[in-house]
Design a protein around this ligand. Structure first.
Ligand code: AGP
Length: 615
């Protein structure tokens, strides 16, 4: 959610921190701050709003920036308190010697605050982080050692955190700690880096240590020491970071979102490579670790995810039930975690998450793991917490997704689910729909060129976007396997344009939502060939009868039905099963162009964060 960066070395810390924060800005962006330390002092600069506001302040502090070779920085997504300068990180204590940045939520901050107030702590923000700063400072007062202070303080803290702390009396080091929030330590030559996510440091190093929960690290320019929670030194486990720096540039596109929509053809090619070689050959899915016998024992599947990943899971339900013949429940992680759930060793749990760091999904997966279910994780981040919790790790390899609105990761998740479905079908030796499975494989191989045909000719979509950008409300309808895309299309539109868009199953329209329809309410229908074509069409007739403006996104429309619609966007022909992977591209582009036409901040919509690391 928030982003953390730290640097210790011989370069200007300010430059590294700002560059790192700019690559983390997609995670949260309501305020930012840095603490710059040199032998004599620690200077803290903070600004509300976008990072540019902090950059402007630092331009006036050239001297301090030049002489500070150690520092910590933070970009915030507010959880406690408004996005003001006061609430921005870094936070400090009464004597200002200890400075802290934090990602996560401290659940017992109110109790701790009361205790610290009784001990004389004075607070100037509404944040939970400031409580942690005072607590570490209090422990420092007892031990005069930042490592020990961090070890002692973190034992008293409940909740999730990644901390980076510096102390004026120990000007050669940064001390870090984490629990249920990601933190990596990048290893350089006579310099080291700390970040909550790889893009912040990938241009400087590819070698890193992933700090584990309950560990505390002491980072100097020429050494990294990791301790477990009882203060014992543990060996450093060095790993190689998976991303190329080029992946985080816009490559000439106006927005990351547009670039990422355009990348989707290649994303599909990447994920299919080595797994689907021809329609005649079985899918190869070595990452899926269950044996044939265990697959045959699967009695149910539980898919757990949030937001866009949840919508991918809903598509998964349609195909897994139809082809693999296994009952599937799909549940939003946040709903899964606070009830008595039923799962066992014959349950296959599938967690879907672009970031692999979504707190609700992590909690739900931990809960399901306790019930001995096999856990498969579909994620774009093989280095993530969820990946590490998996029994079967199914990477989608979509490349880093910077735009807060998920696009290419959704397509990649769909492809992963198609592959898994076909794999289960083939491993179970099922017969029903054998021909459809062959067709599906053929269509998956043809999908990249269909996606490219859409993204290469967007004139019609842009015109329609302009025409409908003045509306305040939108309804998306579909049935069957395309229904989740109605939800996803509406989510895309609302999150980047702030238009009130809702997805409904077309059949549900008459059970309530129809009351809202008039000529101020455009209805977008996903009208595809297949068993529900006529049904969706009838629902469109019902909407038209209430004077709603009607848009069809369709891969085939009978000539007699054309006049019903105010506007039509054609997509390449495909079977009902592959439909969601094709028509979603239009919905992404439509949302993009509406938001762009309205002048919205497409890549960083208000109030959102790329990875939601708090429950
Ligand atoms: C998608 O556009 C959203 N920004 C959001 O719904 C996202 O899909 C959700 O927060 C889940 O994230 P995850 O896939 O990283 O777990």
């Amino acid at each position: 959610m928030c982003g953390i960066i730290g640097y210790v070395g011989d370069r200007s810390a300010a430059e590294i921190l700002i560059s790192g924060l700019s690559h983390l800005e997609y995670r949260g962006y309501d305020s930012s701050g840095v603490a710059l330390m040199n032998d004599k002092e620690v200077n803290i600069y903070k600004a509300p709003g976008k990072l540019i506001n902090l950059i402007e302040i630092l331009k006036t502090k050239q001297n301090i920036c030049a002489k500070s070779k150690i520092g910590i920085g933070h970009i915030r997504w507010a959880t406690h308190g408004l996005p003001t300068t006061q609430n921005a990180h870094p936070h400090t204590c009464n004597c200002k010697n200890l400075t802290l940045v934090h990602n996560g939520i401290i659940e017992n901050y109110q109790e701790l605050k009361k205790e610290l107030e009784q001990l004389g702590a004075r607070f100037s923000s509404q944040t939970d982080t400031e409580v942690a700063a005072h607590l570490i400072a209090y422990e420092y007062g007892k031990t005069k050692n930042l490592l020990k202070a961090m070890l002692n303080a973190t034992k008293k803290i409940k909740g999730a955190f990644a901390f980076c702390a510096i102390h004026k009396n120990e000007p050669d080091k940064i001390v870090v700690a984490k629990r249920n929030a990601p933190l990596i330590i990048g290893i350089g030559q006579e310099e080291n880096f700390i970040a909550s996510d790889i893009p912040a440091i990938i241009e400087y190093t590819k070698k890193a240590i992933y700090l584990s929960d309950y560990q505390v690290g002491v980072i100097k320019k020429d050494s990294i020491e990791i301790y477990n929670d009882n203060g014992t030194l543990v060996p450093n486990k060095i790993e190689y970071l998976p991303f190329e720096a080029v992946a985080i540039s816009k490559m000439g596109y106006k927005h990351f979102m547009l670039k990422e929509i355009h990348e989707q053809g290649d994303v599909v090619r990447n994920i299919l490579a080595g797994k689907l070689l021809s329609p005649e050959k079985n899918v190869v899915l070595d990452e899926f670790k269950l044996t044939k016998k265990e697959i045959n024992n699967i009695k149910r599947i539980q898919i757990i995810a949030c937001g866009t990943s949840y919508h991918a899971g809903l598509v998964g339900k349609y195909i897994l039930e139809k082809f693999a013949k296994i009952p599937v429940d799909v549940e939003a992680s946040s709903e899964y975690i606070y009830r008595d759930t039923i799962a066992d060793k014959n349950t296959l749990a599938i967690g879907i998450s672009q970031s692999g760091e979504t707190a609700d999904t992590i909690t739900a997966i931990k809960q399901i793991k306790e019930q001995e279910s096999h856990v498969a994780i579909i994620t774009n981040r093989v280095d993530s917490t969820l990946a590490r919790l998996s029994d079967s790790l199914l990477p989608v390899n979509a490349g880093i997704e910077v735009s807060v609105a998920a696009t290419k990761s959704y397509i990649a998740q769909l492809i992963s689910l198609y592959l898994l479905t076909i794999y289960l079908f083939e491993q179970k030796g099922l017969e029903q729909y054998k021909e459809e499975i062959r067709t599906l494989k053929q269509e998956l191989m043809e999908l990249p060129s269909k996606i490219e045909a859409i993204v290469e000719n967007t004139t019609n979509i842009q015109e329609i976007a302009k025409k409908y950008s003045c509306y305040k409300d939108f309804i998306f309808i579909a049935r069957g396997i395309n229904y989740p895309n109605a939800l996803e299309g509406a989510l895309k539109l609302k999150e980047i344009s702030y238009i009130n868009a809702t997805g409904y199953s077309a059949g549900e329209l008459k059970h309530g939502p129809i009351a809202m329809l008039d000529n101020n309410m455009p209805v977008l229908a996903l009208l595809n060939t297949g068993v529900v074509y006529d049904k969706v069409l009838s629902n469109c007739e019902e909407a038209k009868a209430r004077q709603a403006k009607l848009i069809a996104v369709t891969n085939y429309i009978e000539p007699k039905d054309v006049p019903l619609f105010d506007d039509i966007i054609n997509v390449p022909l495909g079977s009902e099963t592959i439909g969601p992977a094709i028509n979603i591209v239009v919905l992404q582009l439509l949302a993009y162009y509406i938001a762009e036409y309205l002048g919205k901040d497409v890549d960083q919509p208000r109030n959102l964060a790329k990875s939601v690391t708090v429950e």
